[in-house]
Design a protein around this ligand. Sequence first.
Ligand SMILES: [Fe+2]
Length: 530
Amino acid sequence: MSSGIDRRSLLLLAGAGVAGAAVSSPAAAATTVFQHGVASGDPTPGGILLWTRVTVESPGPAATVQWQIAADASFSAVIRSGAVLTGPERDYTVKADVDGLAAGTTYWYRFGLGGTWSPTGRTMTAPAASDAITRLRMGVVSCANWEAGYFAAYRHLAARGDLNLVVHLGDYLYEYGSGEFDAGGTVVRATKPAGETLTLADYRTRHAQYKTDPDLQALHASVPWIITWDDHEVANDMWSGGAENHTPGAEGDFAARVAAARQAYAEWMPVRLAEDGHIYRRLRYGTLLELSMLDLRTYRSVQTSGAGADDEDRTITGAAQMSWLLDGLTTSTAAWKLVGNPVMISRLDVGALPAWLLGPLGELIGVPSNGLVLNADQWDGYNADRERLVDTLRAHRTRDVVFLTGDIHTSWASELTTRDTGPATPAAAEFVVPSVTSDNINDFLGTSPGGPLSVLAASLIRATNPHVKWVETDGHGFGVLEVTTTRCRMDWYHLADRTKRDTSARWVQGWSVGRGSSKIRKESAPSGNA
Ligand SMILES: [Fe+2]
């Protein structure tokens, strides 16, 4: 394959686009040229962002990649088509932000280069803002660590066939060098590059490796994703001016590292960044829901291990994002206001928990190693912002707010309260999904899943935190959120063994919240299509 597309191939592709005929494309060629799969994201009522990456044999200055969107999987009726120029300056990634489509409609899409077509992806535009849709179902995931296992959670979600979208809450990849964060001390599969990602080339290599995973590719190709980032897309416990896992000097300038990570992210992820580069953004699905995706890393103050958690001047969102969030939640006309929230907002009082639990719990939530009773990396470390948010929801009588959360690698169903309000009048519900593969409590403890220590850990957490209605500390897997006009329900599924690619998944628990109430309720059986 030449670096650029030759004139004859361009004509062939153009002809195929007009006539709607498929270009001959042996499977081997498709997996060579399009070895990182296809993806779509950020649906709007008439638009969708399409993504792929091309692998060229002799990297040159530019390649023109065709794209097609059709109303059927055989591409007999191509609705829209076009071409995108890519090259080494964007690591041969391709993004086509397509508009002019019908709202609330399923489409198939593919890319072409040099006579080879990519695998076909399936996607859906969002319904019109005024469309009174009554049901939506989405996969909810976070924390997929390559070295800790296989992405079977993605495979099970892809196989369902009943999802409208996937929401990814961050830690789509991890920055660590090989052996630094794996499956409880065992590297299931080695990461590339072998060292920690520091440079643009490092981050591009890491993104490229993750995008070769067949289960990840399958889920990207089956539904649009709406994605935000957390810390590990750059470095552990990132804040606006640094990160726990960044050593200035030895690992270079932090701002340069963030710029490299951000560029690779913009290139490799099917995310529509705002013109000013903001990752936080809001998407709408008819009158049923709005989804505000947060960026809790770019603007936050440094984590603190002391009384600074109550400091009015410290922030987890930054002033502009907080005002955008509050405005969006309090003025929304959607039935449900969902928040894609990378780190847990529910309080977690760890003061009464024993040292054996604080150790592994601290690994997950950022408790300083000296055992201070503060979850420095979650909203707990930024009380002023949390109280600002809760107070505003109350002042505006804003209801039907549900936080969808990742980061902590464990499964939680909670009601959002503050120290002042108590448990009787929660302001919102929070559903926390487990990690796809990343270590959790029993992995840190070195015990079996569901063992006595884990059972004790869950009961201790609940006893100290009555607003936490359910917590499970050992399962890896995913959530499925079903939103209807009357109810918002999360179902949790856990994997039998994250280190096995073909592992099974089982339903473990379901919790729901009804319209007009922020009290959550346990469901006794899987939802209809589970
Ligand atoms: Fe994580």
